[in-house]
Design a binder for this molecule. Structure first.
Ligand code: PLP
Length: 398
């Protein structure tokens, strides 16, 4: 069958693929330590589950308005106003089946052939493929480990062309764990305003912060910046609700209306029950997330501490999200019993096949020097997995 050309431009999500392989190996009875999964290991909070149960019992099991129920859109408006002082009308809020779906609706509404989207790299795997699926060109903006993956304004300026439509920022960042400070955001906003670029601000990890890191939503810099920004967020990470599939976008009315129209002709509304659950999550307040993040913090220190003791490995301390992104370039070129390990991909295969540890190689994030490990898993798994990784690296010979 002759498929659409766009399908040939993309690959399946490598993080989901690695997690699926790890789960399949575990189902065969193998003892796999899974560091590949991008989701909190915490259970969804009880009040959220109770809201979903109540929705089922009340028969709230039918189609809802395609853009999401009023109650949830209002809860999102209240959150954005309460936490950031940002004001939106309901017509500027679209609830979708996860933040990934929000981003996809946005890509479809915004991009066409010839358009360019600037993506700071390392980047979350789906940004580039979603642009490619919509005939646009991802333009990668390199950032560097040595300065905490900060965006250099001059580098950004150099990449802007008359075809540039948008820049995607993701702070805290998956996979690097870096967070952008106000100065960096101001520099990005200046360039975006001057060149009339849309700022796509993926804030899904906004509540997963460590040490003295803070989250500043770029839309709060000024009304002018807010008018050129789409905020993407959701309940997956902050409330341990990855399976409920609720994300949202907030931004300029014309763009949000176009995204809503696309959604109404494609998926229709997200799940009615999950929407009620998301209302309960957004009304929960901070205690659940704070407790979870405090636990991630403990695990972060253990995992990054262990990685930094391994010869050939260096790992920055992330200030947000829940990923370690160690530089393993010192390990590449060494020889395993099965052959030379030349790339992060080959290293990930070696760890998975010979030591039953699942990690995600750096290539799909735009790095040929890193692997990504999630520490949103139990301390016991972290200790066991780190033992195996240390043994695996110890077996490599120069
Ligand atoms: C940076 C980033 N954005 C968006 C998403 C999508 O989140 P969801 O679709 O579960 O809301 C993820 C999930 O891993 C992510 O890491």
């Amino acid at each position: 069958m002759k498929l659409a050309a766009r399908v040939g431009r993309i690959t399946p999500s490598p993080t989901l693929a690695m997690t699926a392989t790890a789960k399949a190996m575990a189902a065969q009875g193998l003892d796999v330590v899974d560091f590949s999964s991008g989701e909190p290991d915490f259970d969804t909070p009880d009040p959220v589950k109770a809201a979903a149960e109540a929705a089922i019992r009340a028969g709230f099991t039918k189609y809802t308005p395609s853009s999401g129920i009023d109650e949830l859109r209002q809860a999102i408006i209240d959150k954005l106003q309460g936490e950031h002082g940002l004001r939106y009308e309901k017509s500027q809020i679209l609830v979708s089946c996860g933040a990934k779906h929000s981003l996809y609706n946005l890509a479809e509404a915004l991009l066409e052939a010839g358009d360019e989207v600037i993506i700071p790299t390392p980047y979350w795997v789906s940004y580039a493929d979603q642009a490619l699926l919509n005939d646009a060109t991802p333009v990668l903006l390199p950032t560097h480990e040595s300065n905490g993956y900060a965006i250099d304004a001059d580098d950004l300026r150099r990449l802007v062309t008359p075809r540039t439509k948008a820049i995607i920022i993701n702070s805290p960042c998956n996979p690097t764990g870096a967070t952008y400070n106000r100065n960096t955001l101001e520099a990005i906003a200046d360039i975006a305003i001057r060149h009339k670029l849309l700022i796509i601000s993926d804030e899904i990890y906004e509540k997963v912060l460590y040490d003295d890191a803070t989250h500043v939503s770029i839309a709060t810099l000024s009304a002018e910046v807010a008018a050129q920004t789409v905020i993407i967020n959701g309940v997956s990470k902050a409330y341990a609700m990855t399976g409920w599939r609720i994300g949202y976008a907030a931004g300029p009315k014309d763009l949000l209306t176009a995204m809503a129209n696309i959604q109404s002709q494609s998926t229709s509304s997200p799940c009615s029950i999950s929407q009620k659950a998301a209302v309960a999550a957004l009304r929960l307040g901070q205690p659940f997330t704070e407790k979870m993040v405090a636990e991630f913090d403990r695990r972060r220190k253990v995992m990054i501490g262990r990685l930094n003791t391994m010869p050939g490995v260096t790992c920055r301390m992330p200030t947000g999200a829940f990923y370690a992104f160690p530089n393993i370039s010192g390990v590449l070129g060494r020889t395993a019993p099965t052959g030379i390990i030349r790339t992060p991909h080959e290293l990930a295969q070696y760890l998975l096949k010979d030591f039953h540890v699942a990690v995600v190689p750096g290539e799909p994030f735009g790095s040929h020097q890193h692997i990504r490990l999630s520490y949103a898993t139990s301390m016991e798994s972290i200790e066991r997995g780190m033992d195996r990784v240390a043994t695996a690296f110890g077996k490599l010979t120069a």
